[in-house]
Design a protein around this ligand. Structure first.
Ligand SMILES: *Cc1c(COP(=O)(O)O)cnc(C)c1O
Length: 552
C-alpha cells in the first residue's frame, strides 16, 4: 500500500515515509491509494478477536508486509496497548437498549488520544531503530525531536506516547500556572530522561507562537529534525479505526443473532480524526448507518453539513481565545500553520469541551478529497482513474486555497449530497453539555460523562428523534470525567448524591499532585530561551543514543 497527498502531485510514499513525514510538502494530507475491502468471511473469523487481534488484521490491510511483517506488527500493537487499564482496551457500556457508550479513555492519560499515540510512539521508535541499524559505523544515527505546545488537554497523551523511546526527545511547552493542576501534574510527573516539560511564563498563544517559529526556522529544524505528532498523522487515523470494529462485535454479541439493527456512531468532534476513522471503517465495509458529527459551539462542521459552506467566520461572536484543538501541532486547528490568511473572527470560542475548540478541522481535508473524487465521476465518462485522481487533488487544492484566502469555500451540491449520505451533524452548547451531564448522572444506570462525551450524548438525543426503531446509538466517550473535573463538578454540584472523590476520581489521580516533578522554567516567552533548552538536551541525548538494534 502506498500513500499520496490530498493536494495532488506524483509523490507516492510508503507507510513508513507517510508516518515519519506527517504533513505533505505541498500542504496536503496523505491518504491510501485505495480503501481496502474487508476479507471474505471477516464477520465469523474476527468475531471473537481481541483489540490487539483486530488491530493486526486491520492495520495489515494498510501496511505492506515487506514494510512491517505480521509478527513485528503484532509485537508493536501488543506493546502499545499493554499500557491500558481495561482488558477490552475500549469497552462498550450499555446505557439503555438504544444507547451505548464506547469508552476510549482507559489509556495512560485518561483520554482517547492515547489509543493512537501509544501506537504512534512505538512506530516512530521502530522505524528509527531500523534505519539506524542499517547505517554504517561512522554515520550519525537518525533522531527525532518532537516539539509541541499545549494548554493542558492533550499534551500528556503525546508525552506518554513518546516517553522512554529510543532516538526520540520530546519538548512540550505549557503556559506556567495556566494549566489545570491535574493536567499539569499528568505531564510534569513523567520523569523519563527524554521528556522535557517547559513551563513558559506567558500565555498558551505565546507557547504556540514559539513552536511555530521553531518549525519555520529551517536551520534549527534541520539540525534537530523537528517532528510533530499532530492529529493529521495517518497512523493516528488508522489506529482509531480498530475500536469501531471491536464495538461492532461487542454490540452484536449482546443481541439475538437474528435481530436486525442499524448502528449509528456519534462522535464528539474537533479536528475530525476520530470520526474520519469511522468513515474509513464504513468504507471498508463495516455495517453502520450515518456517522454523527457532534460539535460544541466551535461548529464549523455542523454549519458545513447544513449549508455546504466550509467557513471559518464566527457570526455568533462569543469569548475568543487561540484554541488548542490539538496539543502538539504546528498545523492543527486554530493554530493551523497553513492558515496564514485572514481569520475574520480572530479566534476560537472557549467552551467546556476544550479539546474540541478548533477554528478549522485539520483532518476534514481527507474527507474533502473523497467528496471531490467521487462527485466528479460522470456516468459514461472516459476519464481514466489517474485523471480523476489528479482532478480531485487540484479541486482540493483550490478549495483549501479559498479557505486560506477568503476564510470560506462553498462545496458543489453534488459533493454536499455525498457528504450527507454518510454523515449527520449537530452542534451542542455549553448549557446543553451541563444539562446532559446531569441527565445521565440521574439516569438508571447512573453514568458520569465528561463534557466532550456529553456533547456526543446530547447530539445523539437530538438525532434520535428521527431514528427508526431498529437504530442503536454508540456514543464515543473521549475522556474520563476526572480529567475535566471543573465542568463535571459544575454540572453536578447541586446533586445531593454526588461525591466527586467517590464517584469520579480514579485511583491513579490520588497523590499525583504530590509526586516528583520534571519541569524546566522558561522565564520569558522567547524563542531563544526555548532553543537553548532544546540544544542543551539534544546534545546530551544524542550522545547517549540507543545503539542500533536495541529494543522493540
Ligand atoms: C482530541 C479530542 C476530541 C476530538 O477528537 P478529533 O479527532 O480531534 O475530532 C474529543 N474529545 C477529547 C477528550 C479529545 O481529546
Amino acid at each position: 500500500m502506498k500513500y499520496f497527498s490530498t493536494r495532488g502531485g506524483d509523490e507516492l510514499l510508503s507507510f513508513e515515509e507517510t508516518v515519519l513525514t506527517g504533513l505533505a510538502p505541498n500542504g496536503g494530507l496523505y491518504i491510501p491509494e485505495h480503501i481496502p475491502q474487508l476479507p471474505q468471511g471477516w464477520q465469523s473469523k474476527w468475531k471473537d478477536h481481541s483489540f490487539v487481534d483486530l488491530s493486526v488484521e486491520i492495520l495489515s490491510l494498510y501496511i505492506s508486509p515487506e514494510e512491517i511483517s505480521q509478527k513485528e506488527l503484532r509485537a508493536l500493537v501488543e506493546k502499545s496497548y499493554k499500557t491500558f487499564r481495561h482488558p477490552d482496551i475500549t469497552p462498550l457500556k450499555k446505557l439503555n437498549d438504544k444507547k451505548f457508550v464506547l469508552e476510549l479513555f482507559h489509556g495512560p492519560t485518561f483520554a482517547f488520544k492515547d489509543v493512537a499515540l501509544q501506537l504512534l510512539g512505538n512506530l516512530f521508535e521502530f522505524f528509527l531503530l531500523r534505519r539506524n541499524a542499517r547505517k554504517g559505523k561512522d554515520e550519525k544515527p537518525e533522531r527525532l525531536t518532537v516539539v509541541g505546545a499545549t494548554s493542558g488537554d492533550t499534551g500528556s497523551a503525546a508525552i506518554y506516547g513518546l516517553r522512554n523511546k529510543a532516538n526520540i526527545s520530546i519538548f512540550i511547552l505549557h503556559p506556567k500556572g495556566r494549566v489545570s493542576p491535574i493536567q499539569e501534574a499528568q505531564m510534569t510527573t513523567v520523569t523519563d530522561a527524554n521528556v522535557h516539560n517547559l513551563a513558559v511564563k506567558g500565555t498558551f498563544d505565546d507557547c504556540q507562537d514559539i513552536v511555530k517559529s521553531l518549525f519555520a526556522d529551517h536551520e534549527f529544524n534541520k539540525t534537530h529534525r523537528l517532528g510533530a505528532v499532530n492529529s493529521i498523522n495517518w497512523a493516528r487515523i488508522l489506529a482509531q479505526t480498530v475500536y469501531y470494529f471491536l464495538s461492532y462485535f461487542h454490540l452484536r454479541s449482546q443481541l439475538p443473532a437474528d435481530e436486525q439493527i442499524e448502528i449509528q456512531y456519534v462522535v464528539p468532534t474537533g479536528n475530525f480524526g476520530d470520526i474520519l476513522a469511522g468513515y474509513y471503517a464504513k468504507r471498508m465495509g463495516l455495517p453502520m448507518g450515518k456517522l454523527v458529527v457532534a460539535t460544541n459551539s466551535n461548529d464549523i462542521l455542523a454549519r458545513f453539513w447544513k449549508s455546504g459552506s466550509y467557513e471559518k467566520v464566527d457570526t455568533n461572536g462569543g469569548h475568543l481565545h487561540a484554541g488548542e484543538g490539538e496539543a502538539t501541532a504546528p498545523v492543527d486547528g486554530a493554530s493551523d500553520g497553513k492558515q496564514a490568511g485572514p481569520t475574520p473572527s480572530g479566534g476560537v470560542k472557549e467552551t467546556l469541551s476544550p479539546a474540541m475548540d478548533i477554528l478549522v478541522s485539520s483532518n476534514f481535508e481527507r474527507l474533502l478529497w473523497y467528496l471531490a473524487y467521487e462527485s466528479t465521476a460522470s456516468p459514461g465518462s472516459s476519464d481514466s482513474d489517474s485523471e480523476r485522481r489528479k482532478a480531485a487533488g487540484e479541486t482540493v487544492n483550490s478549495w483549501m486555497a479559498k479557505v486560506k484566502n477568503d476564510g470560506r469555500v462553498e462545496i458543489p451540491v453534488g459533493a454536499l449530497e455525498l457528504a450527507r449520505r454518510d454523515f449527520l451533524a449537530e452542534r451542542v452548547s455549553d448549557e446543553q453539555t451541563l444539562e446532559t451531564i446531569r441527565h445521565y448522572f440521574g439516569s438508571e444506570p447512573s453514568y458520569v460523562a465528561d463534557p466532550h462525551t456529553s456533547v456526543g450524548l446530547h447530539a445523539a438525543q437530538i438525532i434520535a428523534r428521527n431514528n427508526t426503531p431498529s437504530t442503536v446509538q454508540v456514543v464515543l466517550s473521549t475522556a474520563h470525567p476526572a480529567k475535566f473535573s471543573e465542568a463535571v463538578t459544575r454540572a453536578l454540584e447541586g446533586a445531593s448524591n454526588f461525591d466527586f472523590e467517590k464517584d469520579v476520581l480514579p485511583e491513579e489521580f490520588r497523590g499525583l499532585l504530590d509526586r516528583e516533578r520534571n519541569v524546566i522554567d522558561v522565564e520569558a516567552p522567547q524563542v531563544v530561551l526555548v532553543k537553548k533548552v532544546i540544544e542543551k538536551f539534544a546534545e546530551s541525548e544524542a550522545e547517549s543514543a540507543e545503539v542500533p538494534g536495541g529494543s522493540v
